[in-house]
Design a protein around this ligand. Sequence first.
Ligand SMILES: [Zn+2]
Length: 107
Amino acid sequence: MDFPIVQRATPGRYLLRGLLRCGPCGELLIPSFSSNGRRYYGCPRRRCPRPWVPAEQTEQVVWEQVAARHGTAARDAPVEQRLAMLNAVLAEVRVGLRVADLEYRWR
Ligand SMILES: [Zn+2]
């Protein structure tokens, strides 16, 4: 699926930078945003069969998993702390053919 296009994003804001991997291709997903200003993670392979991964939604889902393992204190952690925590506990998250198919690899 091609996208309207999409530039590589500036640092920050992307909690899952370096942690999301494309299941079908095995590539790290790249933080991007579309021309309508929405944030995505995209596979660097143009022929990737998987749709772009909506960032907001996926970050929320992954954070819920991490917070569930680390208790309620984690739930309200500010973004800067979330970044460190995510990298401390997660080795990677593989995204399957459907963007809702997330496979967690914990450290
Ligand atoms: Zn891919």
